[in-house]
Design a binder for this molecule. Structure first.
Ligand code: TRP
Length: 334
């Protein structure tokens, strides 16, 4: 049977944390057998905000290796680095001619990011790249004729734009691109350990998140100092810090421990020390094997480079076929 195609991408922004893992990457790993999957590390998107050229290259290669350590399999799925498939940028130009200035102006992520840059002072530089970012994203998706895109809420608007671009292209040049649909899965929303009212994010600082490949000692330390509450409030709603630890245990699929602790909580006899110990154990169990695989990969940068080259080549072959069709359909010389 012909498998439906899934595409998703991640920016090479340093380390993956458990929020990213449970929110996206774990799902990418699980659906590899069910769908024909294409996953990318989008370094060109990372250039739309101020960045360091020295770090970008290393972050991109590290992200590629970390995705493999986390369970993406280059034998099953196509993994690529965006800049190594230059067809994406060519398609971006063609798509930018079927995208209106008005619809790009309505993108809330552009507004948020340009506000953020402007809040930094009068000399804020807001690039045209930041503005056309969603057109490049549409090219990422449509160049592989993806049926589904696993996305979080924050990317819904961009995916909708990709669908509009596909429809407009098809109306103008003939039916060619499928309309990519969102693939929703149930994901836990993990909060910061130190400030559990906020979503877990690296930008809050080191004590707020747990890296997917963090050392055992450091995981235990962070969980131990996680913010909870003073305890003993039966009948009241569970405090965000406590609820976050429960969410982590559940995400790690330790349901027996989860249920036992929840019973204690309901009886008002839960000791947060126990809750934290189970949370830390669950995380250590889950991340230990991934960390080991990552250490092995990091020891062999040549092997990673080979995987990058081979895998991006597969993506390029695919993308070039699409682009050839597109050049013909749009009146360019083929
Ligand atoms: N904009 C996405 C993000 O910041 C990353 C991305 C780029 C993407 N191209 C994509 C996601 C294509 C899904 C499909 O998370």
């Amino acid at each position: 049977m012909h498998k439906k195609r899934v595409l998703s991408c991640i920016q090479p922004t340093g380390e993956i944390h458990i929020g990213n893992y449970f929110g996206a990457v774990r799902n990418w790993v699980t659906i590899q057998d069910q769908y024909s999957c294409v996953y990318g590390v989008v370094d060109l998107h990372a250039m739309t905000m101020p960045y360091s050229s020295k770090e970008l290259r290393q972050n991109t290669l590290n992200m590629f290796a970390d995705l493999i350590a986390a369970g993406l399999d280059p034998e099953k799925s196509i993994l690529f680095i965006q800049s190594m498939v230059p067809q994406h940028t060519e398609l971006t130009w063609i798509f930018s001619c079927v995208t209106s200035f008005g619809e790009l102006s309505r993108m809330t992520q552009f507004k948020d990011k340009s506000d953020l840059l402007e809040s930094g002072g009068k000399n804020a530089f807001i690039s045209a790249g930041l503005f056309t970012y969603p057109v490049l994203q549409a090219a990422d998706i449509l160049i592989y004729k993806a049926d589904f895109v696993p996305v979080g809420k924050d990317q819904e608007q961009h995916l909708e734009l990709s669908r509009n671009i596909a429809v407009r292209f098809n109306n103008q040049f003939g039916d060619y691109f499928p309309e990519p649909k969102p693939l929703y899965t149930e994901v836990p929303k993990l909060m910061s350990l130190a400030d559990p009212e906020k979503k877990m994010s690296k930008s809050l600082g080191d004590k707020h998140y747990i890296g997917l490949f963090e050392k055992e000692e450091s995981i235990r330390k962070k969980v131990k100092s996680a913010v909870t509450d003073t305890g003993g409030q039966t009948g009241e709603a569970m405090s965000p810090g406590v609820s976050n630890l429960f969410a982590i245990i559940r995400a790690c699929e330790k349901m027996k421990e989860y249920n036992a602790l929840m019973q204690d909580y309901e009886k008002g006899i839960l000791k947060y020390k126990d809750l934290k110990e189970v949370t830390a154990d669950a995380l250590v169990d889950l991340t230990g094997p991934l960390r080991k695989r990552r250490e092995e990969l990091r020891r062999d940068p040549e092997q990673i480079m080979q995987l990058v080259v081979r895998s991006s080549e597969k993506a390029r072959d695919f993308a070039e076929k699409t682009l050839n069709d597109v050049r013909g359909l749009t009146g360019l010389i083929v």
